[in-house]
Design a protein around this ligand. Structure first.
Ligand SMILES: [Fe+2]
Length: 330
């Protein structure tokens, strides 16, 4: 290209004079010399130089096309290779997900809260036992609510206990192999089998360390038997959607540490035995607009908290056994 323009003519000549002024005579003299040498070594005319320039230009265009195809190939390879890589690693490690599915990952990937849910809330709304119609105005609120003595009439309040649950699970074939989302919190009990293998003294905390566990009841026979002891809370909207499983939480002293629930609906919990303390806290990004607070529930109370937005933790007074049934509505 430089060789071709080294003999300026007309407008090109004016432009080259400007270039000569800017770059100096030495540089363009060297280009002239290079041009002449090129003609002497076989390139016989300016037409040859034009042809060489055209080929070089076409070669550049081809190179750009080649680079584009390489880029497409790399993108395709990443799209295909990445899932294959993760599937292979997951298979080799014997896990369903290569990335752990736990609170740490959920916390790191949760959306930022808009803080509207917690502005001005400094305590739960405490309601007396009330009808569905009276509760309608509070349903689907993100304000924490206690409905006093709302579940005190449930048969579960009298009949459901550690022994009943243990005997139910042990009497239904396969039930102990069909336990979903078992959580041992801070205790050393790693499965529901461990829970029911405890000595009677450990189970009632007359010896050994405190324990607290929770799990989702997903065996249909067990769930059916348990639900004979508790209906859905009478004050919830008649058209409220509820899940096919319920959650049981029981134990002593050590409750859940501060966390969010990653569940699709609002949570309700029936406190069947013992008192339980609740610590609620807004998301950290709402600390300057909202505040944390504490409350406790008693046997027979129902508590409703949007545990998807309120960080929550629980403790049970020393020596008391807490038993709760938890589910969702939405
Ligand atoms: Fe929770």
């Amino acid at each position: 290209m430089f060789l071709f323009i080294s003999r300026p003519m007309g407008t090109l000549g004016n432009r080259m004079r400007a270039v000569r002024d800017r770059l100096g005579d030495d540089f363009l003299d060297k280009l002239d010399e290079l041009h002449l040498n090129a003609l002497r070594t076989g390139l016989v005319s300016t037409v040859d130089l034009q042809e060489a320039y055209r080929k070089a230009r076409d070669m550049n265009a081809n190179q750009n096309r080649l680079n584009f195809l390489w880029l497409l190939g790399i993108i395709f390879f990443i799209m295909v290779a990445t899932p294959v890589f993760y599937e292979t690693i997951s298979f080799l490690l014997g896990v369903r997900c290569f990335l752990p599915n736990n609170h740490l990952v959920w916390e790191a990937t949760r959306p930022i809260s808009d803080c509207e849910f917690c502005k001005g809330v400094v305590a739960p709304l405490i309601l007396p036992n009330l009808t569905r119609e009276d509760f309608a105005r509070y349903a689907y609120s993100s304000r924490p609510i206690i409905v006093k003595k709302a579940v005190a009439h449930w048969p579960a309040e009298r009949s459901l206990n550690y022994t009943y649950i243990k005997e139910l699970y042990e009497s239904v074939p396969g039930a102990l192999d069909t336990v979903c989302q078992f959580q041992h919190f801070n205790s050393d009990l790693k499965s529901l089998r461990d829970v029911f293998k405890m000595s009677p003294k450990r189970a009632n905390l007359s010896e050994g360390a405190p324990w607290f566990v929770g799990w989702s009841v997903c065996h249909p026979t067990v769930l059916t038997e348990l639900r004979k002891l508790y209906p859905r809370p009478h004050f919830l909207p008649v058209d409220a959607e509820m899940p096919n499983t319920d959650y049981i939480l029981m134990g002593y002293e050590q409750g859940a540490v501060m966390h969010l629930d990653y569940i699709p609906r609002l949570m309700w919990q029936a406190q069947l035995q013992g008192n339980k303390s609740w610590f609620l806290s807004p998301a950290p990004e709402c600390d300057h607009q909202c505040q944390s607070f504490f409350f406790y529930v008693e046997p027979g109370d129902a508590v409703l908290v949007d545990t998807r937005t309120w960080y929550h933790a629980n403790t049970i007074p020393r020596g008391q056994f807490s038993l709760t049934v938890q589910s969702e509505y939405g």
